[in-house]
Design a protein around this ligand. Structure first.
Ligand code: SF4
Length: 271
């Protein structure tokens, strides 16, 4: 199997190279924080912004990335670029025009368009439905006052809060990952580099989007259980279900993509 995906080299031997490429970027809930170079870099960055820390915190991240990129370029990609002359000014201008045209084509691709529609629907829903949750909080307080056990009321509210948090977390990554998955399929073609038919960036990006879609669908169902007659919730869920079907059809192998660390058995089960 050709190894075509660039992987930063680990400085810490426990770090799993590239684990952050196809994760859900929900670090607060991630089971792999101690195996992730990106998380370590971000933690170091935060630590240096504390009083008395490093004067230029970005140096830590950029120095680490520069180091990794230099090694990647020297080892894995050298053969790709060895015979390529630097582009002329005219070629650079043409490339920028091509990329603008490509962006236009990408915006009307059915998958990207559906993801954009879903994202906008959620944004509007978050703006307009805040009153719904305010009322829910008031009703929960009344139920508790009327004698419903406090734990029961808190659990119900927590379920709704969690559902909204999941929807909010994934609304942007779903769109971003699908743009990335679709990008190589929009002409003009990218560099003629051999790509594995399954373990490629398109399938990896589509898989992460599908994970976000699956979890968001469960969250919408959770909200529908609380408000079963809500036409708005039905529209949101239908929109996301349609998107899921489009993604499954466009990237039929995506779910078989193995995400390093998460799908390859490198992580110890949580205690
Ligand atoms: S692998 Fe986990 S810790 Fe690392 S960036 Fe992704 S979510 Fe965050």
């Amino acid at each position: 199997m050709p190894d075509t995906l660039p992987r930063p080299l680990p400085l810490n031997p426990r770090h799993i190279p590239g684990i952050y490429n196809y994760c859900d970027r929900w670090c607060e809930r991630c089971i792999a924080t101690d195996r992730c170079r990106l998380h370590a870099d971000e933690a170091a960055l935060k630590a240096t912004t504390m009083p008395g820390g490093h004067e230029d915190p970005w140096q830590i991240v950029t120095a680490g990335l520069d180091d990794a990129l230099a090694k990647v370029a020297a080892t894995r990609w050298a053969h790709v670029f060895a015979d390529i002359d630097p582009p002329s000014e005219a070629e650079l201008q043409q490339s920028m025009r091509d990329e603008d045209r490509r962006d236009e084509r990408m915006r009307v691709h059915p998958v990207v368009h559906a993801a954009e529609v879903y994202r906008q629907l959620v944004e509007q829903w978050i703006e307009t439905e805040t009153g719904l949750f305010q009322r829910e909080g008031d009703e929960a307080a009344k139920r508790a006052e009327a004698g419903t056990p406090r734990e029961e009321v808190e659990w119900e509210v927590e379920q709704l809060r969690e559902a909204v948090e999941v929807i909010r977390h994934f609304m942007y990554p779903i769109h971003a990952k699908l743009r990335r998955a679709v990008h190589p399929r929009i002409p003009p073609p990218e560099l003629d580099v051999e790509v594995d038919s399954l373990q490629n960036d398109t399938n990896g990006s589509a898989k992460v989007a599908l994970i976000g879609i699956d979890r968001s669908l469960l969250a919408w169902r959770q909200l529908q259980r609380r408000w079963p007659s809500s036409a708005t919730l039905a529209v949101m869920r239908d929109s996301l279900e349609s998107l899921r079907q489009l993604v499954e059809a466009e990237f039929p192998d995506a779910r078989r993509f193995l995400r390093v660390g998460f799908d390859t058995g490198d992580l110890e089960p949580p205690c």
